[in-house]
Design a protein around this ligand. Structure first.
Ligand SMILES: NC(=O)C1=CN([C@@H]2O[C@H](COP(=O)(O)OP(=O)(O)OC[C@H]3O[C@@H](n4cnc5c(N)ncnc54)[C@H](O)[C@@H]3O)[C@@H](O)[C@H]2O)C=CC1
Ligand SMILES: CCCCCC(=O)/C=C/[C@H]1[C@H](O)CC(=O)[C@@H]1CCCCCCC(=O)O
Length: 249
């Protein structure tokens, strides 16, 4: 996919990996819409991005991905401003083993909800021009994670859902590809909060001390790498510090 002059929706784009993904797209002269629940941070980030990449290149919309109506409004607002959506990056995610239903609602149901709306608003069967969905899973979607079983189950769900809709059957109808990246640990607020999200705080704190974290920009560039691949539909790209970018499954 040619990655210039595209309209890109990035959920959870106010900070961390989502913000870095926005920067990667803006560096290539695309437009981005950041969707987040953290309005203060989201608006500050958009201000910062517009001052660096040109006024009007980024907009912000308040959106809780676990609320279907918010997500629908997000597509409608972005289309009313930029004319269409070409790429959706389902990046918003949380941890929190004690608040597990919320984790399922955001990390799994939010991704499914966004992908379905991408088919609705971007799909050729509905008069759209097609496009791409990139789901941000995790290496926790590929292996068991004793310290984060709910998070792990959601990310496995994201990988399986991606592989199921990222198939010819769905693509023929919609013209929308669906793929995922599975990063290992990244230097973001989520990682800084990791022990507070676990029911095994001491063990998680100790585990965290041994980690080699990746820069958000390194993981963001994996999204670009994935979208530039010819055989993108259903692709799952693992991103680690040791192994770089590797297709799996
Ligand atoms: N930090 C890590 O080591 C890794 C993170 N990931 C995934 O990357 C994604 C981004 O994570 P980070 O940047 O690390 O986290 P982060 O906590 O720094 O940023 C997440 C962003 O999502 C927003 N958000 C949370 N709930 C939301 C909701 N319901 N609707 C809309 N926005 C919401 C937050 O306000 C925040 O701006 C997540 O899906 C996470 O699971 C994957 C692998 C590793
Ligand atoms: C094991 C792969 C994790 C990959 C990186 C990731 O997505 C980490 C996310 C954590 C987030 O901060 C909140 C969580 O619950 C996630 C999992 C933390 C468990 C780490 C322990 C890993 C292990 O037991 O090997």
């Amino acid at each position: 996919m040619e990655l210039t002059n595209k309209v890109v929706l990035v959920t959870g784009g106010a900070q961390g990996l989502g913000k870095a993904i926005c920067e990667s797209f803006l560096e290539r002269k695309n437009k981005v819409c950041i969707a987040d629940v953290n309005n203060d941070k989201g608006l500050k980030t958009v201000e910062n991005l517009n001052s660096r990449f040109g006024a009007g290149s980024a907009i912000y919309t308040s959106c809780d991905v676990s609320k279907e109506s918010d997500f629908q409004d997000l597509f409608e607002r972005t289309i009313s401003i930029f004319g269409r959506v070409d790429i959706l990056v389902n990046n918003a995610g949380i941890g929190g083993e004690n608040n597990w239903r919320k984790v399922v609602e955001v990390d799994l149901m939010g991704v499914i909800s966004g992908t379905k709306l991408a088919f609705k608003f971007m799909g050729t069967e509905n008069g759209g021009v097609g496009g791409a969905v990139v789901n941000i899973a995790s290496t926790a979607g590929l292996v068991p994670v004793p310290l984060g079983p709910i998070y792990c189950a959601c990310k496995h769900g994201v990988v399986s859902y991606t592989r199921s809709v990222g198939t010819e059957l769905h693509y023929t109808k919609s013209g929308v590809t669906v793929s995922a990246i599975c990063p290992s640990f990244i230097d973001t607020e989520m990682t800084r909060q990791m022990e507070n999200l676990s029911i095994f705080q001491q063990e998680t704190k100790k585990f965290k001390e041994s980690l080699q974290l990746m820069e958000p920009s390194y993981v963001a560039e994996a999204v670009i790498y994935l979208l530039e691949t010819k055989k993108i539909n259903g692709a799952v790209l693992k991103v680690t510090k040791e192994g770089g970018y590797q297709y799996v499954l």
